[in-house]
Design a binder for this molecule. Sequence first.
Ligand SMILES: [Zn+2]
Length: 538
Amino acid sequence: MKKNLSVLIFSCAFLASVAYSQQAQTHFDGKTWWGFVGVLADDKMEGRETGSTGLRKAEAYIVDQLKQDGLEPAGVNGFYQPVKFESRQIVEKDSSLSLVGNGKTQMLTLGDDAVFSTRVDLAPSVTAPLVFVGYGLTVSEMNYDDLAGLDLKGKVAVILAGSPAEIPGALASHYQSAGERWKTLAKAGAVGIITILNPTSMDIPWTRISLNRAHPSMALVGQEFDETAGQKLAVTFNPAKAEQLFAGSGHSLGEVLDIARERKQLPRFPLAVLVNAKAKVEKKTLESANVIARLPGTDPNLKNEYVVLSAHVDHLGIGEPIKGDRIYNGAMDNASGSAVLLDVAASLRKSPEKLKRSLLFVFVTGEEKGLLGSKYFTAHPTVKVDSMVADINIDMFLPIVPLKVLTILGLSESDLGDEARAVAESLGVKPQADPEPQRNAFIRSDQYNFIRHGIPGLAMQVSFEAGSPEQKIFKDWLTQRYHAPSDDLAQPIDLTAAAKYEEIIRSLMVRVSNDEQRPQWKQNSFFRRYAQPSAGGN
Ligand SMILES: [Zn+2]
């Protein structure tokens, strides 16, 4: 890239000026970004677990940087917005899970066969019949209902993670969120959920899911945040061990997985076994914080509106060792995104830009615990909720290959997607919709909470074209490093890709800040239903 530019400069005056203007647009070199990643993902930050000293240290560093960049505090206590959590840890020695069928009790091995999910407030004991409900989805917009005709009263729903191809990605993602799922199952009378992971869409191998259960889960303190009230049981099942759930039902898991591979609707039927669960959970309360900063716009009216740039700072902390390493540094997840916020703020200090609307930099906590920091922030925003015109979220954007293709989650949902597409194309990058919609990436990061409050949102990732050799690089990254201690500073990174990504983020922020119109949801977007009535006549 650099080499080509210098050739142009020497070839003729006209081309040289083109090359110059291209260079002038480059505000980033990847190195300052990597410097920020280096601090945030250092072992000293101990993996930035929500509520930990390590995360507090990382946030103190962020606040220092924001001050140096001349940003204004926009939290509750200066830059900080305190958030209260309940932490929940399963005590496995006092917990158990078994299947009862045909007069026999089959004890399950926790960690090997299945794990409890403490995101839900588990009941101390549950005994209930099981019903296999396929994907467990009810999507009224598509006239699709996996629960139709089933008796779920007092029963535990067994779900295979995933969705049929006929349901568009964003819709399928939305209805697979814990809250939406529980709404329909609770209405049908179910008391719990067993989720069998889908081998075709598992990001990480079961062994690591099993190890990760040593990290406590967390919930926001406050009834308003409990979206799974009444759910007594939540269990995640290892697909390699899930055949036993189907014993005596006249069906097999193999048969179900064959249909799931084709992404067709699955059969639904009562299972022949009961589940017997005892769960002992240790609870404690703790406090963490979001960090929020403002860069004021200059237009007398529009400066009261905000373009939000968000990223989570928290990660998984210290946990079970893998290859002797206990620190889950989270360099890409998501020191990398937080570092983009810092680097964009620093670049706007160095080479300011005329901004009509204000920019809001939001560093959230509790993302790894279920998007909790952003859930709190969007329910109790420190600026008026309808003054936030857009959220551009950055989470694990993965500059591990040259940036030629950019995946834009939410690309066709609002004209924010059109803006992002235009910016990417102007920098020679090909935009695309999510190539793997079944991974649910659109609802798996903080943009989703902004969207649920009516704010057009998107997230972008360095990506690959389906079937290209790069696809394997990403797949391998997920398998080997995602949520593992090896997501640390000793991994190959493409700094040029990071710099280009940052340029796209900065350009998009500036563009949305100066647009006459605030971004609007598309007429046919499912997410338009959440828009505030005051947000531009939706
Ligand atoms: Zn993560």
